[in-house]
Design a protein around this ligand. Structure first.
Ligand code: ZN
Length: 236
């Protein structure tokens, strides 16, 4: 195989904690710990999203045996269950929060978001109302993409450089607004971008679920060649 495309695997978690029987992809704390322990044992370098962007800016390849850890939605379990485990391993991570949901039942409060930000977690936007971007009318894009950034920045007192599109959905217009708003990069899911080029405003992520308790499957996902093992679907 001649054109092996290596990508730094960016892991996309949702809830880490107890199973609630809802639609949210959940990983138990036990499996999460086991996965981080595996990364540590294989001497993986856990990078921040800013490190990946820096490699892109400088036109140099990202290091092998590296990965990035991200969480969508900002569940209260991210603060209560995942954060302590990350701290124990000294791994950085990014949490994408939705201002319209912060403090609601099941979600982290602003105080908890600020606490994580002050402790070195990167906080990103996940739009204002967890809206599926392709269905958002043009005149509301700024609210979802720009106001969410400003709202989070005002709360945490730090710039917000990253956004993740809910359910991975985006459009070229949304990407333009995101770029103009000053975001450095945007994350989607693994459904998007069948192109080989890395688009910094549609960075693919690999969804991690409880099924990845099988460390062999997890190892394939963190190999950086995961796309070779799956069929890319069209962007949603
Ligand atoms: Zn989400």
């Amino acid at each position: 195989m001649s054109r092996l495309a290596y990508y730094v695997p960016i892991l996309g978690y949702h809830r880490v904690g107890e199973f609630k029987g809802d639609h949210v992809p959940t990983v138990s704390v036990e499996v999460f710990e086991r996965q981080l322990e595996f990364l540590a044992r294989l001497r993986y370098q856990v990078l921040g999203l800013e490190d990946v962007v820096k490699c892109l800016d400088e036109g140099r390849p990202a290091p092998r045996r590296a990965t990035v850890i991200t969480f969508d939605d900002g569940y209260e379990e991210t603060h209560r269950c995942a954060w302590p485990v990350l701290k124990r391993f000294g791994f950085p991570a990014t949490v994408f929060v939705t201002p319209g949901e912060v403090g609601l039942k099941g979600f982290a409060t602003w105080q908890q978001v600020v606490e994580m930000a002050q402790d070195g977690m990167t906080i990103g936007s996940h739009t204002m109302h967890h809206s599926y971007i392709p269905l958002v009318p043009d005149e509301r894009l700024a609210e979802e993409l720009v106001e969410s950034k400003k709202t989070i920045e005002a709360r945490i007192g730090k710039p917000v450089h990253f956004i993740s599109y809910p359910v991975g959905g985006y459009t070229p217009q949304a990407q333009a607004v995101v770029r103009q708003a000053g975001y450095l990069a945007a994350c989607t899911t693994n459904r998007a971008a069948s192109s080989r080029a890395l688009d910094r405003y549609a960075i693919r992520r690999i969804k991690i679920t409880e099924r990845d308790r099988n460390l062999l499957a997890f190892r394939v996902k963190i190999s950086g060649y995961y796309d070779l093992f799956r069929t890319l679907r069209e962007p949603s």
